[in-house]
Design a binder for this molecule. Sequence first.
Ligand code: AMP
Ligand code: ZN
Length: 480
Amino acid sequence: MALKLFNTLTRSLQEFAPPAANANKVGMYCCGPTVYDYAHIGNWRTFVFADLVRRTLEFSGLEVRHVMNITDVEDKIIKRVQEQTVSLREFTGRFETAFFADMQTLNCLPPHQTPRATEHIPEIIALIEKLIARGIAYRAGDGSVYFSIEKYRGCGCTYGQLQKLNFDELRVGERVAADDYDKESFADFALWKARVPADGEVFWPSPWGEGRPGWHIECSAMSMKALGETFDLHLGGEDLKFPHHEDEIAQSEGATGKPFVRHWLHAAHLLVEGKKMSKSLGNYFTLRDLLENGFTGREVRFLLLKAHYRETFNFTLDGLHSAKASLARIDECVGKLREVGVQAAACPSDMLKHELQPAGAPPLLVADFSTALADDLNVSAAWAAVFEWVLATNKRLAENTVTAAAASAALADWEKVDAVLGVGAKAAAEIPAEIAALLEARQAARQAKDFKQSDAIRDELKAKAWVIEDTPKGPKLKRI
Ligand code: AMP
Ligand code: ZN
């Protein structure tokens, strides 16, 4: 089934497929964190969304190269580095490490490449030189370099591809130096910012004098270096459409004369308890805040995956409590299937095939799930498919009509689906109380040198799909 995704560039639902010449390979770039603080739950909505996109593409048979940059130099970072009198690397390193740890807690697949802006200064300078050579960028009196929107449009290029702009408001001949600005105040924007005292030690040499790159040019340079001058997919939160992504397009297309990105995806923002998240309102949460309050990364991931990416999502603590309950339902069902499925190894394969389509079988989980995702990542329909399957499977389990082979096939289906959702980890890692008790009994039997009994318990565990591995640190339980 063809995968359809909304393309911000064309404002329409479009089939997503890489060009035939690229076979199944997809280049995907997601604007990464600005490492000046711990990422908040709004940031995580966007990164979990990027993870969902990547996993969905892989699920549909594409080979994804996922690149996410680290913005480790821009206005906010420099301000904090000066306030705290630490080195740039020391400061950003702390938040970068925390970001990757959080990413793991949320079970996001690590991107294949995570380039840092500060390690791409030569590429950034080369890109600016190209824009100057094409007459689209110019050096200002203070040694900064600006992008000229007028010259760019004069070359027949379009500024305002992602966002409709009112060019009567363009302040011709004026400049914005800030990394972020609103669309009512658009003007020529900074590519290279000449060194000022407030930058402290954060500067690099360049053909235009000492200074540092603007934020937008960093992403153009890193994405094109990693994925080529034209690539398939670029993602970010909706606030990045303007100016950041619009400027990325202008810089890249201005320098290469080629289309920059084929498909743009933007995730809507997250609100907390109905309000814009802000420290002063007391509704600002980092992932760490939620973990300290007793929630798990898995519960947060589940909740962030509940809403459609183009809808504003209202994050609530009640929502997190119901995420806990929903996950428990999945865990219970999958746990029981594992217990029943353990006998499957003994079944001949033709019996297994037969058991996949018994009368009154549960809904076709994988088929329904993939149809839902192919429809612009319709997660509501995808979760509905999961919970209908849980309900039907539980019913059959309660009736005792699930054979080992059918349980095994159902588990295989669940694993395919969970390769996209990424919420099933606990079901796999958790050791049920009954299993833990058997392990204890086996240890007691061994200490009493009752090897017959300890072997019997080992067999019983095996029958329940657990093996004991005796390690120098003691026995460990593993699922078969
Ligand atoms: P930043 O670290 O500020 O550069 O942001 C990292 C990502 O988080 C960007 O893609 C932003 O668009 C996104 N983002 C920031 N705030 C929110 C929010 N409240 N909801 C969803 N995404 C957000
Ligand atoms: Zn970016």
